[in-house]
Design a protein around this ligand. Structure first.
Ligand SMILES: [Zn+2]
Length: 306
């Protein structure tokens, strides 16, 4: 994903090993007239001209008006873009490793294939943005808003998505291995074939989300809302759904071996053909639930409501 097309000349300051940034013969740190450089960038964007593949390493563009900027394949590693307006920007394949995008407006931006490893994106607006195949490993998306955004096959392991809003977002095939999604909103999100193994999703809202064939091995969904969510053929061994609201959830043919479903509300849920071997169902509400053909050998069914 990382493009190595940019070969910026070295910084003209003696003893500096950094490369020069766009429109300067020096790196950002050694550029004397920073205001002129920033004004020049805004002028290019206003004119609608391209900045694709330019180097803007560590440049401080925070709060700048860059809506619709063409930065395809640009090097923005460690750039400061907090509070900037990058709505509708073209950032496909851009290098944004460790960039500061906190509170940045990225609505409708195209970030497909961008490298956002370790990026700070807290409270960023990613609604309707395209982040397909992005590297978001260890990125911070705390309270980010990503409604209807697309994260297909994105690499998001170890990311922090606490209280982020992914309502109706498409995360099909995304890897969220060991991610933190405590209190995240995933209402009607598409998570088919996603990898959520070992992720922490305590109190998350997954109402009517689609998680068919997803890997949820050892995932913590304690107290989560999974009403009407689809988990057909999902791998959910050792999942923690204790106290979860799972009314009308569809877990047909899901693997729930050693799952913790204690005190969960499974009223109207479809557990037909599922594997519930050694699962804890103590105190669960199974009113109107279907468990036909389910394997419940060794399951703890004490105090189950039927
Ligand atoms: Zn320098």
């Amino acid at each position: 994903m990382q493009q190595d097309t940019i070969q910026a000349p070295p910084c003209a300051s003696s003893g500096c090993y950094a490369n020069a940034v766009y429109s300067s013969d020096r790196c950002w740190e050694h550029t004397a007239d920073k205001a002129a450089l920033l004004g020049g960038i805004e002028a290019v964007v206003t004119k609608g001209d391209s900045l694709s593949c330019v180097s803007l390493v560590k440049v401080d563009l925070s709060g700048r008006k860059l809506a619709g900027a063409v930065l395809t394949g640009a090097n923005l590693a460690a750039a400061k873009l907090s509070g900037a307006d990058l709505s509708g920007a073209a950032l496909a394949g851009a290098d944004l490793r460790a960039a500061d995008l906190s509170g940045t407006n990225l609505q409708r931006a195209n970030l497909s294939g961008a490298n956002l490893e370790g990026a700070m994106m807290a409270q960023a607006n990613l609604s309707d943005a395209n982040l397909d195949c992005c590297n978001l490993r260890r990125a911070n998306l705390h309270k980010a808003v990503a409604k209807k955004a697309s994260f297909k096959r994105a690499e998001m392991s170890y990311s922090c998505c606490v209280e982020a809003d992914f309502s109706q977002a498409d995360l099909a095939g995304a890897c969220l291995d060991a991610a933190c999604l405590v209190g995240a909103v995933l209402v009607e999100a598409m998570l088919d074939d996603a990898i959520l193994g070992g992720s922490v999703m305590t109190g998350a809202n997954l109402e009517r989300a689609s998680l068919n064939r997803a890997n949820l091995i050892g995932t913590c969904l304690r107290g989560a809302n999974v009403c009407g969510a689809q988990f057909k053929r999902a791998r959910m061994g050792r999942i923690d759904l204790a106290d979860a609201d799972a009314r009308d959830a569809v877990m047909a043919r899901a693997i729930l071996r050693e799952a913790n479903l204690a005190w969960a509300n499974l009223a109207g849920a479809d557990l037909s053909g599922s594997v519930l071997e050694r699962a804890k169902l103590r105190g669960a509400d199974l009113t109107g639930a279907s468990i036909s053909g389910a394997n419940t050998s060794g399951a703890d069914m004490d105090g189950v409501t039927r």
